[in-house]
Design a binder for this molecule. Structure first.
Ligand code: 5GP
Length: 143
């Protein structure tokens, strides 16, 4: 996968955006969608994506990117308010070689809790949907 290939309409986040697979929604507006990562590196690992098809950071209009990063800031603040982690890590990967596995632009919001070991990127265990829904509701309520 190169950084400049064609957008794949069958990627998992495109399916989420079309409502074809279940997910735990945190927030939605005309530009972005935020939801819980199904294989969290840490509890409450949240993803923020643009609605517009974009493979990575180089494939999005600056105006849309502004909406995404503003969303990341807003949702991170809600994660902080809802769960009081010690810190929050924000990550974003471009291209397979960099570790990107889903080719629709996304930012990871990963809270760091002192007593919990964070899983490595791509090594999280699948979470129970009811747990994700509960976390999403708490973050949403803190927005
Ligand atoms: P990347 O590796 O591309 O930076 O991140 C992709 C993220 O999507 C990973 O953290 C992975 O756990 C998450 N993910 C993969 N499949 C699904 C899914 O079906 N639903 C949700 N909510 N997250 C997913």
């Amino acid at each position: 996968m190169s950084l400049t290939g064609k957008y794949d309409q069958q990627n998992i986040f495109a399916k989420i955006l079309r409502g074809e697979i279940p997910y735990a929604k945190v927030y939605e507006d005309e530009h972005i969608l935020a939801f819980m990562d199904a294989f969290p590196q840490s509890p409450c690992h949240t993803l923020v994506i643009p609605k517009k098809p974009s493979r990575n950071l180089f494939d999005i209009e600056p105006q849309q990117l502004t909406a995404v990063i503003t969303g990341v800031q807003k949702i991170s603040a809600a994660v902080e308010k809802a769960f009081s982690p010690d810190g929050i890590i924000i990550t974003q990967f471009n291209g397979e070689a960099a570790g990107q596995t889903v080719f629709h632009l996304h930012f990871h919001i990963i809270p760091k809790f002192p007593e919990l070991t964070m899983q490595r990127h791509g090594r999280g265990q699948m979470a129970e949907m009811n747990v994700l829904l509960e976390q999403a509701e708490k973050i949403s309520a803190a927005l």
